[in-house]
Design a protein. Structure first.
Length: 661
């Protein structure tokens, strides 16, 4: 059983003993001042923002959230009363929401950035922009493989077709939150105005939400402005499914970097509505980071300690649903090694005055994918979700437990009464999945039994290595190390991966997902590469860069997975640890980079033949040739004139290495 700390200063979650953390006196006073929705007690810049948006959205009431445990209890009760969530009786303060089946994932096609100049946001594709689908209801949206753009004028038009009167009959909740520890030097503040109480309760888990945030706001409005509406004013003639109001035909998720604003309409789901996450911490975050000289990345952060007690921190970027949460919470299969989790999805990283790259996890919780999470793949996550968790779109048992594909097949064979995410009785004969493939748990990070002691350190943890990766059934070795920073940037820029269910894509195509940021770039990807390249300055300790591929399959991609993955991934991290420590003898040069020499990866005790190991690290000239052509084509077509010269130089160098191979 996970133990839940009760000594956290800022956040307050239900304690399993039934006691709870109380606010200190100062915060109690501020709460008193704001609790009765007393707008005039708030910093002027916030009052102005709320009044401006309330005038447009016309909510019936405004509630300023204080983030307290009592308020949260009342919110959960209200959601339960209105049939939005149900209590999971076999877990501790855990809840289940089932959405309208039309609102189940991030909608990338309706997510865009609005700037005066298109090129600030996306490169001009070599063959022009695709005709956009009229059913999107988004005038003049420019859609590209590296993000979508709309002019401020068109955005104003689209805003005007959606937001006026959109909160009629509803309450506007004001959610003050901090990404990163409140007041920390790398942290930033956001205010989300939303008409969804489900969103408020999830934001309270995913961010540091509370009135202490108001203290940090100045009169100039040093916060990111986030406006969210489910897009269903009341009364409505729409058929509301599962008490989950949404407006899929009119959904749009707009970012205005020039005003530090996000405007999201029509969806209550995940990254579309929890605006601190992808919208703020990644899209706007990456723009702010470029402006200020740091990095906002789609990366987990973990601490790794070797048997001698030496500890390092590693950040790793993989596309959605490639196992970031599993790696961040890894239970090592090799005795003596220890992994601790700092974060599972987003890293904000900044060089300090000593030239060290320091990273914080701006989030406060995990919004993890459920299917596939099990005692084998991620026993730690299973402990985390026992308490204070909001599940969305998983299956459940009639007596109040959760279920999803891969969790525990005994639950099916023992004949438990299962109810699918669509609310229907479910058996193994059912043709539809029990849980939606993108069903999620939303849990406080502080409940993680292996949370790193420094996870809330305001100045961040020092990063020694950065790992990239993706799902590559064929051709890409289990692990390689980039030759230097510039080559590493090229490795990140060339990530490709099989599509997954986190977004609306179908099928198993191998998609380019540079830096695992394709859906999350806040600005032109060419400029993003330039920014990464510009970070290599004298006096800085640049982390080494790696690429891993847990997903290589036998028979040139047609067979089964070669590498056991999960807890066994410690063996690859061990190799990285030793390389970072300066052990040059365990790497051999290949066209990709340095690959482990024979026997330098510890595979003792693994059910893996020497031939399989060879295959995992094997490199095929024909594959490489095609890879070079594909990467060059991608840059030519989609990054076009925005491609930095250094990237073309890296493609040429890669090509030369392949020719010589
Ligand atoms: C996520 C995603 O939810 O990447 O983290 O889609
Ligand atoms: Mn993610």
């Amino acid at each position: 059983m996970a133990s839940i700390s009760s000594d956290n200063q800022h956040r307050h979650f239900e304690n399993i003993t039934g006691e709870h953390v109380t606010d200190d006196d100062k915060l109690l006073k501020l709460r008193e001042a704001t609790y009765r929705s007393n707008l005039t007690k708030l910093p002027k810049s916030i009052q102005d923002y709320i009044e401006e948006k309330a005038k447009i959205c016309q909510p019936d009431a405004i509630h300023i959230c204080d983030g307290s445990i009592e308020e949260n209890r009342a919110f959960l009760q209200s959601l339960q009363k209105n049939g939005v969530i149900q209590k999971l009786e076999k877990l501790n303060n855990c809840w289940l929401a089932l959405t309208d089946p039309k609102d189940v994932a991030r909608v990338e096609s309706r997510t865009f950035i609005s700037t005066k100049n298109l090129l600030d946001t996306i490169p001009q594709p070599q063959h022009g922009f695709k005709e956009i689908d009229a059913s999107l209801n988004l005038r003049n949206l420019k859609c590209s493989a590296l993000g979508n753009w709309m002019s401020p004028e068109d955005l104003e038009y689209e805003f005007g077709r959606r937001f006026p009167g959109c909160m009629k009959g509803r309450t506007m909740y004001v959610v003050p939150y901090s990404m990163g520890p409140v007041g920390g030097p790398i942290s930033k503040i956001g205010i989300e105005l939303t008409d969804s109480l489900y969103v408020v309760c999830n934001m309270r888990i995913m961010t540091r939400m509370g009135i202490d945030v108001f203290e940090k706001i100045d009169d100039h409005g040093n916060f990111v402005k986030c406006l969210h509406s489910v897009g269903v004013p009341l009364p409505t003639e729409r058929k509301i499914v599962n008490n989950w109001p949404c407006n899929p035909e009119m959904t749009m998720i707009a970012h205005l970097p020039e005003k530090n604003e996000v405007m999201s309409f029509g969806s209550g789901y995940g990254g579309n509505s929890l605006l601190g996450k992808k919208c703020f911490a990644l899209r706007l975050g990456s723009i702010i980071a470029k402006r200020e000289g740091w990095l906002a990345e789609h990366m987990l952060i973990l601490g790794i300690t070797n048997p001698q007690g030496v500890k390092k921190y590693i950040a790793a970027a993989f596309p959605s649903q490639c196992g970031k949460t599993n790696l961040a919470m890894l239970t090592p299969s090799v005795p003596g090694w220890k992994i601790e989790c700092v974060g599972d999805d987003i890293a904000w990283m900044k060089f300090n005055e000593r030239g060290e790259l320091r990273a914080i996890n701006p989030e406060n919780g995990f919004f993890g994918v459920c299917p596939g999470t099990s005692e084998h793949t991620n026993p730690i996550a299973l402990k985390v979700v026992q308490y204070n968790t909001i599940f969305t779109n998983v299956a459940h048992t009639a007596d109040g437990k959760v279920y999803w594909e891969g969790l525990d097949e005994n639950m099916v064979s023992h004949g438990e009464h299962l109810i699918s995410w669509k609310g229907k009785d479910w058996t193994k004969e059912s043709t539809e999945p029990a849980a939606h493939p993108n069903s999620r748990f939303c849990s406080p990070a502080e409940q993680c039994p292996i949370i790193d002691p420094n996870w809330e350190s305001p100045e961040g943890v020092p990063i020694s290595a950065i790992i990239f990766g993706g799902r590559r059934p064929a051709g890409v070795p289990l692990i390689y190390e980039a030759f230097n920073w510039e080559h590493g940037v090229f490795v990140g820029a060339s990530i490709r991966s099989e599509a997954t269910a986190a977004a609306e894509h179908k099928g198993k195509a191998i998609m380019h997902d540079p830096f695992a940021m394709r859906p999350f770039f806040g600005y032109n990807f060419g400029d993003y590469c330039k920014h990464w390249l510009s970070l290599n300055k004298d006096g800085r300790k640049m982390p080494r860069i790696y690429n891993v591929n847990w997903f290589r399959k036998s028979n040139n991609g047609q067979g089964s997975f070669l590498w056991p993955g999960f807890g066994e991934n410690i063996r690859v991290l061990e190799w990285i640890f030793k390389r970072v420590d300066g052990n040059e003898s365990i790497g051999q040069q290949t066209p990709f980079g340095y690959v482990p020499t024979a026997d330098s990866l510890d595979i003792n005790g693994l059910d893996l033949t020497q031939d399989q190991m060879k295959e995992l690290l094997s490199i095929d000239k024909q594959f490489l040739k095609e890879e070079v052509i594909e990467i060059r084509k991608y840059f030519d077509e989609y990054v076009n004139d925005s491609t930095p010269a250094e990237i073309y130089k890296q493609i040429d160098l890669f090509n030369e290495r392949v020719d010589k191979f």
